[in-house]
Design a protein around this ligand. Structure first.
Ligand SMILES: [Zn+2]
Length: 107
């Protein structure tokens, strides 16, 4: 079995940043893997918190960015190629809420 705690010989994601319990290899899901690096999702068995990690390998070495998230691994797959929310999206939503306030909030 592949040991996902080690990528290119570098130990990553060994402990939960919330409760500090040790991650097991079967909690770490590789969402995407390509020549530049890995996108990983981990859910802690003990406290149920999730992290997303991007591990980038290049000739400078290995860098990782870890982010605490409320996304599950299916959400990560769903949103990883989505466009960011724009200012116009927020304005459109605001307009929609104002126009349909009674409908939406059932006042
Ligand atoms: Zn934890």
């Amino acid at each position: 079995m592949k040991e996902f705690e080690y990528i290119d010989g570098v130990k990553i994601l060994s402990n939960c940043p919330i409760c500090n319990s040790h991650y097991h290899a079967n909690e770490i899901h590789v969402i995407e893997e390509n020549s530049n690096g890995h996108l990983l999702h981990v859910q802690c068995k003990k406290c149920k918190s999730c992290v997303i990690a991007v591990v980038i390998t290049n000739n400078m070495g290995v860098n990782s960015i870890t982010l605490i998230t409320d996304l599950d691994s299916r959400d990560v797959v769903k949103f990883k190629n989505s466009e960011p929310i724009s200012i116009n999206d927020v304005l459109d939503l605001h307009k929609e809420l104002v126009q349909n306030e009674k409908l939406i909030f059932n006042h």
